[in-house]
Design a protein around this ligand. Structure first.
Ligand SMILES: [Zn+2]
Length: 414
């Protein structure tokens, strides 16, 4: 964080036109977006590569809105993440993601445009950058900002910048930033030809869902973008003033989302299998994940989970086949590399384990990968290398940091 702390004085906000404090320069803003986009995607489930057409569609609509935004020059990118949690986020410099779990709940293209337009404003108006600056000034650190990390088991393991990206993406937005994003987002929608009533209706639905209390939205979208009656009222007022009407694109949207919707039962079976594994009900978990694989054999996430079930069943050789399949389907995904690498380490294949853990660390550095890379280096008599890895893992908290510090001081005594 300190590396980012460069005094840059005052600048004009590109969306509001107001002068404001600027500690993080525009080039740093671009750097954060560029460097954290992929790690942040991967920590939220990775790309929904099963349906590349859907990602192309989301990107098309997103680019249309970005072109009429207050900062059309940002290097905007839009991607669909493979997560059932209904959520969407924006990193600095226009790096935007929307989850499969949110897309399947929307009715038409105009509703999707309202979500994307809203996220574009967060990026264009530098909302997360402002939040980071504030936390620097108050020296509370990004971690003190009330961040919902949902049920992400990797959240506690990621180190350095990779952890920062998720914290920026999932931090709670203030009501002022939400109102500003709604307002400008609606203007972008109109400019791009969409019916802005879609934004009002969607916000109304969100208020109803949040009052219901049990919605999965509470851990996802609502945690970072809190809905409110005030937002509904302000949006309604603005639309009345600017005029409703425009493209809805219901048929088009339903056609484009059909595959993701059809796959939902497979993802539900996967989520049930994960719960059963957690409860130690291994046979039932295996039955469930096999159901998911039968429905979609090309989903790496299903094979990775079956590997974990087989590992818990003390069948590491069978787990290896599952992990090999997962990595072959999605080689860039850090978490599949980690689980495969750890399994290979247990099987005694040090070189294979080392390759996977290094590949994973290249995308998302984690304390567990560094710790085990240290163990491998010890076993291969690479003392200096082991100390470097343990040193990195020692920066982490919890059991992993403690194990790394213990092993490091043992090495230093010898
Ligand atoms: Zn928001």
């Amino acid at each position: 964080m300190l590396a980012l702390f460069v005094l840059a004085g005052c600048s004009v906000n590109p969306v509001t036109g107001e002068r404001q404090l600027s500690l993080i320069s525009e080039s740093q803003e671009h750097e954060i977006g560029r460097e954290q986009y992929v790690p942040t995607q991967q920590m939220q489930g990775g790309q929904f590569y099963i349906d590349p057409e859907l990602t192309r569609y989301v990107n098309e609509v997103g680019q249309k809105l970005a072109a009429v935004s207050d900062r059309p020059d940002l290097p905007y990118e839009f991607t669909v993440l493979n997560s059932s949690v209904p959520n969407a986020w924006a990193l600095p410099a226009g790096k935007i993601a929307i989850n499969r779990g949110l897309l399947v709940q929307l009715e038409d293209e105009a509703q999707m445009a309202s979500v994307l337009g809203h996220e574009i404003v967060h990026a264009a108006a530098r909302h997360s950058v402002q939040r980071m600056q504030q936390s620097m000034l108050l020296s509370v650190g990004i971690a003190g900002l009330g961040i919902a990390l949902t049920d992400n088991k990797w959240a506690g393991l990621a180190m350095g910048g990779a952890a920062l990206g998720s914290q920026i993406a999932l931090a709670r937005n203030s009501q002022a930033h939400e109102l500003e994003s709604d307002d400008h987002g609606i203007r972008y929608m109109i400019e791009a030809g969409y019916d802005p009533m879609a934004a009002v209706e969607l916000q109304e639905l969100f208020v109803k869902l949040s009052e219901g209390g049990s919605s999965s939205f509470l851990d996802g979208l609502f945690a970072s973008h809190p809905p409110s009656q005030r937002r509904v009222d302000e949006n309604r007022k603005l639309v009345a003033q600017l005029g409703a009407g425009g493209y809805r694109g219901r048929e088009e949207y339903q056609r484009r989302i059909a595959k993701a919707k059809a796959l939902q039962p497979a993802y539900d079976a996967r989520d049930e299998a994960a719960k059963l594994l957690n409860d130690g009900k291994l046979d039932a978990a295996l039955t469930k994940i096999n159901e998911a694989i039968a429905k979609e054999p090309d989903e790496a996430a299903f094979h990775a989970l079956r590997g974990q079930i087989h590992e818990r069943m003390k069948k590491p050789e069978v787990a290896r086949a599952d992990y090999d399949k997962a990595v072959s389907l999605y080689p860039e995904m850090f978490s599949y590399r980690i689980v495969r690498g750890l399994n290979e380490l247990n099987l005694g294949n040090l070189d294979k384990a080392r390759t996977d853990l290094l590949e994973a660390s290249r995308v998302v550095p984690t304390s567990i990968a560094y710790l085990r890379l240290g163990d491998i280096a010890v076993r291969q008599n690479q003392r200096g290398e082991a100390m470097q890895y343990y040193n990195q893992a020692a920066q982490a908290g919890g059991d992993i940091g403690e194990e790394a510090r213990r092993k490091l001081s043992a090495l230093q005594r010898n």
